[in-house]
Each structure stands twice: as C-alpha cells, then as structure tokens.
Design a protein around this ligand. Structure first.
Ligand SMILES: Cc1cc2nc3c(=O)[nH]c(=O)nc-3n(C[C@H](O)[C@H](O)[C@H](O)COP(=O)(O)OP(=O)(O)OC[C@H]3O[C@@H](n4cnc5c(N)ncnc54)[C@H](O)[C@@H]3O)c2cc1C
Ligand code: FES
Length: 233
C-alpha cells in the first residue's frame, strides 16, 4: 500500500500520480496498481514515469474501469502498488534517441532523466508524437538536446537517426514496428511492448508474446526487447 501525494489531470484524460515509495526502480519497469476490491478483477500495469527516493510517479491515460478508479483518488488516499516488475531498459552509454507515441511517452521521461544523469556529455534526442493535445513536452525539453514534436501526423516520418545513437521506442505497435523496420541495422533498437497482464510476475502466461527465440512473457522477460526479437527484422 502506498500513500498518494498528488493525483492530478495534466491534459484531457491524462493523469499524473505521485505516491510515497522508496526502492530500487529502473527506467522501463512497471508496477501493478489497484485501488479496488474485486471489480475489476485484475490489477493494472502502469510504467514508472519518474522516480526519486520517496517519490514514485505514474503518468496514465484513462481508458476504462481501472484507470477511471485511479483518476478519482485524492491526496492522502491509499493505492496498492506491486513492483517494480519487468526488466527495464538496459544501461545506455552511446548517444540516445527516443521515439514515443501518446501515452507511450510515459516511461521515456525517467529513461531520459536517468541517461542524462549517468552520461552528462552524452547527447539525447527525443521524438514525441501525439494524435491531438500533446503533454509532457516541456519536461523533455528541459532535459534533452533536441525535441521533435508531431501532433496529428506520423512522427516516424520525421525520424532521422545517426550512427552513434541507441534508439528506444514506446507507443502504438504500428509506430514501434515502423521504427524497428526503418532504423539502420547498425543501430541498436529497443522496443517496450504492451500486453494484457494478470499477475505481472511470470506466473500466469497471460502476457505471452512470440519472439525469435520462442514464446516469452512480456511482464518478466520484457517489457523491453531488442527489435529483432519481436519484429523479426
Ligand atoms: C508494461 C505495461 C506498462 C504500461 N504502462 C502504462 C502507463 O505508463 N500509462 C498508461 O496509461 N497505460 C499503461 N499501460 C496500459 C494500461 O495498463 C492499460 O491502459 C490499463 O490496464 C487499462 O485498464 P482499464 O481498466 O482502465 O481499462 P480496461 O477496461 O481494462 O480496457 C480499456 C481498453 O484498453 C485496452 N487495454 C487494456 N489493457 C491494455 C494493455 N495492457 N495493453 C493494451 N491495451 C489495453 C482494452 O483492450 C480496452 O480496449 C501499460 C501496460 C503495460 C503492459
Ligand atoms: S502477466 Fe502473468 S505471466 Fe505475464
């Protein structure tokens, strides 16, 4: 159980929740959240948007029953959080290029902040695509060397990657597939997958995905995979 410090709307249908939590939290990992008893049955996976000791932040889109309940919670309320789960993004020492679409930008903020802290001279470029109202862009602008924004179009049409960059992408599958298939084979590309999850810890097979090396569990073996593992490039 964690105490909610803040839970506010940052854009239509998009909420930012900060809770009290201290632990070993890597960018790209996620927590299973619930603030209800039996309905809906399952906890909901939400990525780490940011973390400093004592403060864990989630950025989430209201899409159904679970996230609607989360959005109604107030400062001082309790929320059950289990995690952190998943492998997270590997340590990146090359220059970094991130490509995020919609709520897929959520886990990329902590990645970029952590990368800049660990690689003060490393370059970081950020591509952000939104269907309509953008959110969180200024936060990326405060950290990154360059931010390219697209609203209503196709962010990957603007993408150009240099040979020194490791690419990380999270967002709609069609966007990640496009990144996986168009970035040069010389670059390392990581994708962060979504799947319906029940347990979050590898026990139920609810999140199985096909990969080049057989079936894998998105919750335990992922959610971060090398592009060639899942998009067969
Ligand atoms: C590892 C991981 C990290 C995630 N991180 C975030 C995050 O940081 N912020 C955020 O807003 N969302 C994130 N999600 C998606 C989030 O878990 C779902 O949107 C949420 O579970 C929906 O719950 P609900 O009860 O509100 O909606 P439901 O009533 O369960 O579903 C509403 C709609 O969303 C679809 N949906 C539900 N769960 C998923 C899912 N896991 N993947 C794709 N579509 C789904 C359903 O098919 C349905 O169309 C993440 C998912 C995973 C697997
Ligand atoms: S959610 Fe249960 S195995 Fe992944």
């Amino acid at each position: 159980m964690a105490v909610i410090l803040t839970n506010t709307s940052v854009s239509p249908g998009i909420f930012k929740m900060t809770v009290e939590f201290t632990g070993d939290v890597k960018p790209g990992q996620f927590f299973m959240l619930r603030a209800w008893d039996k309905d809906p049955l399952l906890s909901r996976p939400i990525s780490v948007h940011d973390y400093t000791p004592g403060k864990l932040t989630f950025l989430y889109q209201v899409v159904g029953k679970g996230t609607e309940i989360l959005a109604r919670l107030q400062t001082g309320d309790d929320v059950t959080i289990q995690g952190p789960y998943g492998n997270g993004f590997p340590k990146i020492t090359e220059d970094l290029c991130v490509v995020g679409g919609g709520i897929g930008t959520a886990p990329l903020y902590y990645l970029v902040r952590n990368y800049k802290a660990e690689n003060p001279t490393g370059k970081c470029r950020v591509y952000l695509g939104f269907r309509d109202t953008p959110y969180g862009v200024e936060a990326f602008e405060a950290l990154a060397d360059e931010v390219v924004l697209d609203v209503g179009g196709i962010i990957t049409h603007k993408l150009s990657v240099t040979p020194d960059e490791t690419v990380v992408t999270c967002g709609p599958e069609i966007m990640m597939e496009s990144v996986a298939k168009t970035v040069s084979a010389e670059n390392t590309v990581y994708v962060s997958l979504e799947a319906h999850m029940a347990c979050g810890i590898g026990a139920c097979l609810g999140c199985t995905c096909e990969t080049k090396s057989g079936n894998k569990k998105v919750c335990k073996d992922g959610p971060v995979f090398l592009r060639e593992e899942v998009f067969y490039v």
